[in-house]
Design a protein around this ligand. Structure first.
Ligand code: TXA
Ligand code: MG
Length: 315
């Protein structure tokens, strides 16, 4: 991977515009960035991190006004944004943009948005002029990187470049906040202290940390997962008469395949769109079930199968 210095922002931006993966500094941690419009590039983020499941990613933009193009802000959420952006805060709001890859939101109708303050991150976001999806730039399960050297240690050979902005000032991931049923909730404690947000709002915030409630046993899990209305039958070799079929590789049973060539990156980038599409089709035609072909259980196939199992689980 290339190590780019702070005067190479325009090279980093060009690489991102052509679908490459570039780690970049923010004041919290280094992010692993890709165009949020490009499903294939976003799928490569998951492949590089070796993440065994698709969690929705935070989308980075340079200003609140750019954020408003992607999500809807209530008066209170706008007030929080105005007080703390740019800064170590992410806001989960209803999704507005049709252009964001559904892999970024993991099929949800909400989006996590963040305006980072770090000057190089700001310069990059302005130059690239595309929203950047960026989780922390580490192998899944390892420590978050707060220096370019950490990124190189973890991801060398797996990503295209890192933009070196020196050490991160905050060193902790952003605080994530959302509004739910008229209450302001904190989904992840992080770099911005909650009491500062409470001071601006004049009300208390409930902490419901989604990062610690990700185990299926914990109650009140707030990060809901996208699930189709229609029942799914997994590892199906072929559809029964009353089923739609979602294939993998070349398909003899109907027109739908996650990837005609059996490419897992393409399959990942199409997963949520395909489920949404077939779900709508099933509803229109009164078909009760979607049969899904077996997906190889390695590489991105692990994350695809994880999501399919969650989607297939009766609610
Ligand atoms: O400081 C940070 O936030 C860093 C830097 C790079 O900006 N990014 C980061 O991203 O920590 P990541 O992908 O590691 O964390 C994303 C978190 C996950 O816990 C995910 O569940 C939550 O954001 N999230 C994203 N979209 C969401 C949504 N629509 N609803 C609820 N939670 C969401
Ligand atoms: Mg992380």
């Amino acid at each position: 991977m290339e190590i780019l210095s702070s005067d190479q922002v325009s090279r980093a931006a060009k690489m991102l515009q052509t679908g490459e993966l570039i780690a970049f500094p923010t004041e919290t941690v280094y992010g692993l960035g890709a165009s949020a419009y490009d499903g294939t590039a976003v799928a490569k983020i998951y492949a590089a991190k070796g993440r065994p499941s698709f969690n929705p990613l935070i989308v980075h933009i340079p200003t609140l006004s750019a954020a408003r193009d992607l999500g809807s802000f209530s008066d209170r959420m706008a007030r929080i944004a105005e007080a703390f952006w740019p800064g170590p805060l992410s806001l989960v709001v209803p999704l507005r943009s049709q252009q964001i890859s559904s892999l970024v939101t993991a099929g949800l109708n909400t989006i996590a948005l963040r305006v980072p303050a770090q000057p190089l991150a700001q310069a990059l976001l302005r130059e690239v002029d595309i929203p950047l999806a960026a989780p922390s730039a580490n192998i899944s399960g390892r420590l978050s990187p707060t220096r370019a050297e950490h990124v190189v240690d973890g991801l060398d050979g797996r990503i295209d470049a890192v933009l070196d902005g020196g050490p991160c000032r905050v060193g902790l991931e952003s605080t994530i906040v959302t509004e739910h049923d008229g209450n302001i909730l904190c989904l992840r404690v992080g770099g911005l202290p909650i009491h500062e947000i409470e001071r601006v709002l004049g009300t208390e915030i409930t902490v419901a940390d989604s990062d610690t409630s990700n185990t299926p046993t914990s109650p009140g899990q707030l990060l809901s997962h996208y699930a189709p209305q229609t029942e799914l039958r997994l590892n199906a070799q072929e559809p029964d008469e009353d089923e739609l079929f979602l294939g993998f590789g070349e398909v003899d049973h109907g027109p739908h395949t996650l990837s005609g060539s059996g490419n897992l990156i393409e399959a990942a980038s199409r997963l949520f769109d395909a489920l949404h599409e077939l779900d709508a089709m099933a509803e229109d035609t009164g078909i009760a079930r979607i049969a899904v072909a077996p997906i190889p259980d390695h590489g991105l196939g692990l994350a695809i199968n994880d999501r399919l199992r969650r989607a297939a689980r009766p609610v």
